[in-house]
Every structure is written in structure tokens, then in C-alpha cells.
Design a protein around this ligand. Sequence first.
Ligand code: FES
Length: 167
Amino acid sequence: MSRVPLPYTQKVLDLFRNPKNLGKLEDANVISVAGNPACGDMITFYMKINDQSVIEKISFESYGCAANIATASIVTEMIKGLSVESAWKDVTWKKVTEEVGGLPSVKFHCGILAVGAVKRAIRKYYEQKGSAPSWLPKELTFEEKQALEEEELAEKLSKKLKAADEK
Ligand code: FES
């Protein structure tokens, strides 16, 4: 069977080959994970947010595909140095997808997962602090919901696979 390569943009391919801000951040004060280790599509963001609520440092580790790595890399570049509030408001999966020059539609969810993980990190930061600012919506954003849905689906799938294995 021959495989047709996905029509990735040059920017996606470049970021996939040379991602920015890749790896652990030793002095992170918030870490968030999205995706499911069972199916391999997993992303972790590390952030160091300072006392002025500015994202001073950010990095990521991804076990996802090229689209996931490229979108995660561009997100780190987009929000590094921004206030947490601006990062929350400015970053949507649509913007991120535009920034990488577009993604094949079957790969939209990979960018959504990256943005969902960033939003989850910001939410977690305020949870850790024990108080949330008024601009932070109580309801989960589209990206966060999608990340959750993917995780639930992956969990169901891995349970099914395990059950099949045990038969
Ligand atoms: Fe799962 Fe891209 S992150 S296919």
C-alpha cells in the first residue's frame, strides 16, 4: 500500500524538524499534560509565570505528530513574554493554525490539543494560587473540552484493546 504524504506547509515541517522551546523546564511553576499516554498523543507544557503574572519561560514536550509539535512550538513563541491574561485571550487554535500556515483538516485536532493544554496550564496556575481572576471563564473553552473528549475517547479505546488482549 502506498502512503500519500500529508500536505503540511513548509512552516509546519520546519518547526517539526527544529522545534523551539523543546524540553523540560527545571524552574517551571506550572506543568500541564493533555492527551493520553495510552495512544501516544500526549503533550506537556512547562511554564514559569512570575509575580507580575507574565509568562517568563515556557517549553513543551510532545509525543504527538508533526502538526502537534509544530503548533506547540509556535504557541510557546506566541505567548512567551505575554501576561497570562493576554495569552489566554490571544491564543485560539484558529490563530495557531493560521500561524503555521494552515493544517490539513484531519490534523486540526492536534493543534486544538496543544492550545487546550496551554489553557489547562493557565487554569491550573490559578487553581494552585487558590484564586481566579474575573477574566478567566468558569466554563471550559472549546479547546479544553476537545482535549478532554480526546482523553476520554483514548481511554475507552485502550480499555477495549486491553479487554481484547485478555481474551
Ligand atoms: Fe495525535 Fe496529531 S497529535 S495525530
